[in-house]
Design a protein around this ligand. Structure first.
Ligand code: HEM
Length: 199
C-alpha cells in the first residue's frame, strides 16, 4: 500500500476542509479560518490513528492499515501544534474577545489533551517501547482515548457550543463519538487487538 498513504489521506482531509471554508462557503483566507481548517484537520487526522485499531478488529481489510496509526498520530500532533501556534496570534489580535467559564474550561481541557498527545508523540519510538516495557507503553498510548474525549469537550464548550450548530463541528463530534463507540464495543466483546501487518 505504500508508506505515503497517511500523508496523502491527511492532505485530502486538509484539501476538503479548505475547499469547504474558502470555496464552498467563500470565507476569507484569514488567520481565523486557516485555524479552523487546521484545528478540524487535527481532529480527523488524529482520529484516523484511533479508529484504525477498533476498525481492524471488525473488518479484516483494515489490518494492513494498522501500520499507519503512528504516522497519522504524528501528523495529527503536528497539526495540533500548528493550531496552538495559530491560536496565540489570533487571540492577541482579538484583544477585546471575552472568555466565559465555558471558554476557559475548553482551553484547560485542550491544554491537557495536548500534553497527553505530546507524551504519546515523544514515546512513539521502539526505544521507548523497550524502556517502558510493551504493556506500560501500550497503556500510555491508550491515554490517547482520554485526550480525544478532552478534545470533544474542548470543541463542545467553546463559544457556548457554537460548533455544535455548524456542520463541520457536528461531523467532527460525530466522528469522535463513533471512534469511542467502536472502541467500547470491541472492548465489551473482548475482541483482541490485531498485531500490525508490515506494509
Ligand atoms: C493547548 C491546547 C489548545 C489551545 C490553547 C486551543 C485553543 C483554541 C481556541 C482559542 C479556539 C477558538 C478559535 C476561534 O475562535 O476560532 C480553538 C478552536 C478549536 N480547537 Fe483548539 N486549542 C488547543 C488544542 C486543541 C487540540 C489538541 C485540538 C484537536 C485535536 C483542538 C481543536 C480545536 C477545534 C476543532 C476548534 C474549532 C476551530 C474553529 O475555530 O473553527 N484544539 N482552540
Amino acid at each position: 500500500m505504500g508508506k505515503y498513504v497517511p500523508y496523502a489521506i491527511s492532505a485530502i482531509i486538509v484539501g476538503i476542509l479548505s475547499w469547504y471554508y474558502f470555496i464552498f462557503r467563500g470565507f476569507a483566507v484569514s488567520i481565523g479560518f486557516i485555524n479552523s481548517v487546521v484545528a478540524f484537520s487535527t481532529i480527523f487526522i488524529i482520529g484516523m490513528s484511533f479508529i484504525l485499531g477498533p476498525l481492524a478488529r471488525f473488518i479484516h481489510f483494515f489490518r494492513v492499515w494498522l501500520a499507519y496509526r503512528k504516522d497519522f498520530g504524528l501528523i495529527g500532533f503536528a497539526f495540533a501544534a500548528l493550531h496552538i501556534a495559530l491560536v496565540v496570534p489570533m487571540l492577541l489580535l482579538e484583544a477585546t474577545r471575552e472568555f466565559d467559564f465555558g471558554d476557559v474550561a475548553s482551553l484547560a481541557v485542550a491544554a491537557l489533551a495536548f500534553m497527553i498527545f505530546t507524551l504519546m508523540a515523544l514515546t512513539s519510538t521502539a526505544k521507548w517501547v523497550e524502556k517502558l516495557g510493551y504493556d506500560n507503553w501500550k497503556n500510555l498510548q491508550r491515554l490517547g482515548y482520554i485526550a480525544i474525549v478532552l478534545v470533544l469537550f474542548h470543541v463542545v464548550l467553546l463559544e457556548k457550543g457554537v460548533f455544535l450548530t455548524r456542520i463541520i463541528g457536528q461531523i467532527a463530534v460525530a466522528f469522535v463519538l463513533i471512534i469511542l463507540l467502536l472502541r467500547g464495543i470491541a472492548q465489551v466483546l473482548g475482541m483482541p487487538p490485531h498485531e500490525e501487518i508490515k506494509v
